[in-house]
Design a binder for this molecule. Structure first.
Ligand SMILES: Cc1ncc(COP(=O)(O)O)c(C=O)c1O
Length: 400
């Protein structure tokens, strides 16, 4: 067995390995009693993975921890280099060091951006059903939500460009774009991205592109950073990225933004400074660098494992739970399930999954109006857990 084969074998074993996450202040597992009414509920909700981070990232963190001094730090050049090389290698996008800014997370970054580039009462476009904090932060910041609802064409979700243009023309200040899209799993193609970019440019609307799921794309699809498509787009697009979904580092808070427009960058940095959020977390920096510099083969194996989990889920549901329809994702480890044929409203669906099947999925209505009757399942777990969760749903439906 050569080095490459050995790594593959080791990674495959790692993804199959069940890790006990109990008593680690883990939202997904340790809050089951409060959130779902029992500790016997299998959690397949919130977007983190039940896999250990790449071994090289763990080693780098242990080494940093052993140093033992955790004082204030700054963002080193090596951090910028790791991001620049990653974006070039994985996404073919050449970004400049000075375009980069950091944030503890993408949601905090979105909040700061909303505050920088809009005022209370301004309209902000999102595309529901979508990652629910988008609507929460719009409301919390007293902005007005404008929903450019995604449409299901029988196969996949698509954008309504006619309505989008009307909404932009009506004076929306910001469009928060989810690319790849959580929860519907679309990896937007070049044509779609060009239309979005051109429309925002035409109406001078700031496009904030949340690309946190950029690295998690299935074969036959390719993520394209929207800002990379045209030089002219760089002026009014801010891209938000992070290694947190890709390498399971959400608790380390190491997101970053790409803001090519110097004036906009200055405004963002001022906002960040005013909140004193400009000191990075020691461990976040170390983890990002280790992940981007040394864990690419781990990611490639992860993608193989996720594709196999997706295949298993799809075949299982087609065969045993035909009442549920899988909306086939092109990216992300989150799968959008059409449960409307079960004939349940939001509360009934919740009770069905949490109390009867004892599986915690994210119930669709929290993603906005278009989510009613749907649920989102997280398949980033060892196969054994996925099988357990699907079996529970199947048995409960069959027993009704
Ligand atoms: C689209 C999207 N944006 C942002 C986040 C969260 O980002 P962060 O933890 O960096 O705030 C998630 C997490 O699921 C997400 O799916």
């Amino acid at each position: 067995m050569n080095q490459q084969q050995a790594e593959k074998f080791y990674h495959k074993k790692m993804f199959d390995q069940k890790t006990n996450r109990l008593n680690t202040s883990c939202v997904k597992w340790d809050l089951r009693q409060q959130l779902f009414g029992g500790t016997d509920v299998l959690p397949m909700w919130i977007a983190d993975m039940d896999f250990m981070a790449p071994p090289s990232v763990i080693d780098a963190l242990v080494q940093r921890a052993r140093h033992g001094v955790f004082g204030y730090s700054f963002v080193p050049d090596s951090y910028y280099a790791a991001i620049i090389n990653w974006l070039q290698r994985r996404h073919g996008w050449q970004v400049e060091k000075e375009w980069l800014a950091q944030s503890p997370g993408i949601v905090p970054a979105l909040c700061m951006l909303i505050r920088c580039f809009s005022a209370p009462g301004d309209k902000i476009i999102i595309q529901q059903p979508v990652y629910y904090p988008f609507s929460e932060i719009i409301a919390l910041n007293d902005r007005v939500l404008v929903n450019n609802a995604l449409k299901f064409d029988g196969q996949r979700y698509i954008m309504d460009f006619v309505e989008l243009e009307q909404q932009l023309a009506a004076g929306a200040k910001i469009f928060i774009f989810c690319s790849p899209h959580n929860p519907v799993g679309r990896v937007w193609n070049k044509d779609e991205l060009e239309r979005v970019g051109q429309l925002c440019q035409k109406y001078n609307t700031l496009l904030i592109s949340d690309e946190i799921h950029a690295d998690l794309v299935y074969p036959d699809h390719k993520h394209i950073p929207i800002a990379s498509l045209a030089k002219s787009f760089l002026n009014n697009i801010i891209t938000c990225m992070s290694p947190s979904k890709t390498f399971n580092l959400a608790g380390l808070q190491a997101a970053y933004l790409i803001i090519p427009n110097a004036e906009m960058r200055k405004r963002y940095e001022k906002e960040q400074h005013s909140l004193c959020l400009n000191y990075p977390n020691n461990f976040g920096i170390v983890a990002l660098e280790a992940a981007y510099n040394t864990a690419e083969s781990w990611l490639d194996e992860l993608l193989v494992y996720l594709a196999a989990n997706l295949k298993y889920l799809t075949e299982f549901i087609v065969q045993y739970i035909p009442q549920i329809k899988v909306i086939h994702p092109e990216g992300t480890y989150l799968v959008w399930l059409d449960c409307r044929a079960l004939g349940m409203n939001g509360t009934e669906l919740k009770n069905f999954f949490y109390q009867e099947a004892k599986v915690a999925l994210d119930i669709g209505d929290k993603f906005g109006a278009g989510g009613v009757g749907f649920a989102r399942i997280n398949i980033a777990c060892p196969r054994e857990l996925l099988v357990d969760g699907l079996q529970r749903i199947k048995d409960t439906i069959h027993a009704r």
